[in-house]
Every structure is written in C-alpha cells, then in structure tokens.
Design a protein around this ligand. Structure first.
Ligand SMILES: O=P(O)(O)OC[C@H]1O[C@H](O[C@H]2O[C@H](CO)[C@@H](O)[C@H](O)[C@H]2O)[C@H](O)[C@@H](O)[C@@H]1O
Length: 378
C-alpha cells in the first residue's frame, strides 16, 4: 500500500514560539490557554488571588494565562442545566453551531448513504467517564457491547493517549484497531503489497491472538528518553500531594486532577523544569493533565489518516469517517476531517468549547446511544 511520504515520515516539528512572558524554552508549551472561564473556575481563580503565601510562580503563571488554563482545562462534572446559571443560554447558542449528533442523526446518515462508515473513538471521557483515578476509568459492559456491535458493521479504531496495551486492557475487544500514545503506536492490518512493512518505523508482528499485524511506532527512538523522563518526573513530583505520573509508552502524563488548586503552580513549574533538559520533548495538555511527548510531527489526526490508508478507506467518495473524542488532543483529528472535507468530528462535551468538530454529544452515555443508533440504522 502506498502512503504519502508525509504520512509515514514524521519530521521534527518547527520550534514552537517561545512563551516570552515566562521565558520558557520553546518545547515547554502546551496548547494556548484559550479556554473560557466559567463561574466555578473564575471563583477558584479569585480565591487563589486572595490567598496569602501563594507561591510567586502563580502570578507569573497567571500572566501567561497558564493557571486559568490548568483550572479550566476540564469542564465541571455538573452538566449545564436550565437551573445552573445563565451560561445555559450560551450553551444553547453553542449547540446551534455544534448540534447534537443524536438529533442530527438523520443528517449524518444521509451523508453516509452509499458509503462505508469508518469509526474512530477516543477512550477517556468518550467511552468511559472521567474519574479521579486514571486506573479506574473502566468502561461499562453495556458500552463494550455497543462498541462490539458497531464494529461488526463498521471498521472501528480506538485512538487514545494511553499506551496501546493499557487501552486494550480496558476495552478488551480484539475486533478493533488500536492506536495508543496519541497515535504513536498503531497496530493495524497487514495487507498484500503492504509498504508499511518495509518502513523503518513499521514492523510485522503477531497480536495476542497470533494474527499477523503491522506495528507502526514512529517515535520508537524516543523510548529510552521517555522512560528516563518518566522516572525523573515521578521523583520530582513525589512531594506534590495528589499528583501522579503515568507512563504511556511513547508519552508521559502528569496528572493534577487530585492536586489542590493552590499547588497547580508547583506541578506546572516542576514539569517545565524537567523538560528544560529535554529539548526533543514537548508539552501539551489535556483534561487536568500535562502530556510530555516527542517533538515529532505526529498526532491523532495523522493516526486517523494513517489508519484510513492502511485500511484502504481513504477514498472520500466511498467512506465517511466519524471521529468521536472529548479533549484537545482529539482536535487534531477533527481538524484533519474538516480539512479533508471528509467525515465528521463529534466533540463529547457538556460545556461549550472551541472545536473543529461538526457535532457534539454531551457525555459517554450519549456516545453509547449514538453507537446504538448506528447499529439500528444499518
Ligand atoms: O486520549 P484519551 O483516551 O482521552 O486519553 C487521554 C488521557 O486520558 C486519561 O486521563 C484522563 O482521564 C482520567 C480518567 O478519567 C482522569 O483521571 C484524568 O484527569 C484525565 O486527564 C489518561 O490517564 C491519560 O494518560 C491520557 O493521556
């Protein structure tokens, strides 16, 4: 199979502009903190300002917009309802721009007429609800059955920031394709005349069932570095109560969901200090998590393109790709679909957010309903 060269040869990205206000090296930049503050996050932020003995780093963080970003980067668990506050009205306006994939189901399936749907699903926050302990992000049996059923009819892949092994442990469905580490670890099919097999980042191997598969790991050279940074981050964050570090094989997650808000600055400072020694690693952010990853030009969007090509599903006239995801790393995939003018991104969110998706679903239970609807529609 022929892949466009830029799909299989991730190049080192251009240096990211230095956050001059913080004097940070170019790799120490997460996504821009363009997050809307809601009433809860504003209140938290104001409380921090009032506190005495606040580390001076907080002021610096505030100036750079980082603190707001850290506080606001995960929507409140409480859904916006008519009674909650006037932002409900703004949410409804947002919903007009990103309508529910459930109420727009007929419109979506009208575009799928005569085509094959290819389904891409994020894991955390999409198939399983966000929980305090990442180890407990278990998907329900009902969700598993829904994914299994949908995969009977449509090629289905899970694309997660977790390590591929970990996400498989959670999902446990052998009929899917899996991309772990934000797409930097893809297990896909072997096909005749497969050019992946000969690519330096690809190897032929067998999966847990003994089936021959193609393993694409464009960041394999970073493994020792990621291991080292993982161990360093564990050591450096050990005194920050509530923080935890997760090894996702080709990237590392530093969680601060359980850290007191007044200590967010410490987490931020610590991660950035460590990364100063690793110019070939960069920082992105997700839901109350910093993601340390290699500076290769590879992300969930590239993984979607790669899988579409590997599965011979890249012809937009025949295939409608649908990507369902909830966090900023999923935006790369939404963007790819939008730019290709092929398929739809569906953002899972119960609060308004800037997104490149076309539709929205409020939470994993709506995702499950959507999957069930697809099966009924077939
Ligand atoms: O791409 P995903 O499958 O969405 O993975 C992204 C990160 O998800 C996990 O963290 C998030 O979910 C946790 C469990 O609900 C939650 O505790 C945490 O605050 C969230 O950020 C996972 O632990 C990370 O490694 C993934 O990168």
């Amino acid at each position: 199979m022929d892949l466009k060269p830029n799909h299989i040869s991730p190049v080192i990205t251009e240096p990211i502009p230095v956050k001059s206000r913080l004097g940070l090296p170019s790799n120490l930049m997460s996504y821009p903190p363009g997050i809307e503050l809601n009433s809860t996050t504003s209140m938290l932020f104001n409380n921090i300002q009032r506190r005495k003995n606040v580390p001076s780093k907080l002021d610096e963080l505030r100036a750079g917009g980082w603190l707001e970003a850290m506080i606001a980067c995960s929507p409140p668990r409480k859904k916006q309802t008519k009674d909650s506050d006037d932002s409900y009205e703004q949410y409804l306006t947002w919903m007009m721009k990103y309508p529910s994939a459930l109420t727009s189901f007929e419109q979506i399936t009208a575009h799928a007429k005569g085509k094959r749907i290819a389904l891409f699903l994020d894991y955390d926050g999409t198939l399983s609800p966000i929980v305090d302990n990442p180890e407990n992000a278990i998907m329900t049996d009902e969700m598993r059955t829904s994914v299994k059923n949908v995969a009977r009819y449509f090629p289905t892949a899970i694309i997660s920031g977790r390590s591929r092994d970990k996400v498989f442990e959670f999902v446990k469905l052998t009929e899917l394709y899996y991309a772990g580490s934000h797409g930097m670890d893809i297990m896909g099919p072997v096909r005749n005349n497969d050019s992946h097999g000969s690519h330096p980042n690809s190897i032929r191997t067998t999966d847990s069932q003994g089936k021959e598969v193609n393993l694409f790991q464009p960041a394999s050279e970073f493994l020792p570095m990621i291991d080292e940074v993982f161990r360093t981050l564990i050591e450096k964050t050990k005194d920050i109560k509530g923080s935890s570090v997760e090894n996702n094989k080709f990237c590392v997650s530093v969680h601060y969901r359980n850290v007191a808000v007044e200590d967010y600055g410490l987490v931020d400072q610590c991660v950035k200090e460590v990364l100063k020694n690793y110019p070939r690693l960069r920082l992105t952010s997700g839901r109350k998590v910093f993601e340390v990853r290699p500076t290769i030009d590879w992300n969930k969007g590239k993984a979607v393109e790669f899988l579409l090509e590997s599965l011979d599903l890249s012809d937009c006239n025949d295939v409608l790709p649908i990507y369902v995801g909830d966090d900023r790393t999923d935006e790369d995939a939404f963007k790819v679909l939008r730019e290709r003018k092929c398929g739809y991104g569906i953002l899972v969110s119960s609060v308004r957010k800037d997104t490149d998706a076309f539709y929205s679903l409020r939470d994993p239970s709506e995702v499950m309903e959507f999957l069930k609807s697809l099966v009924k529609w077939v």
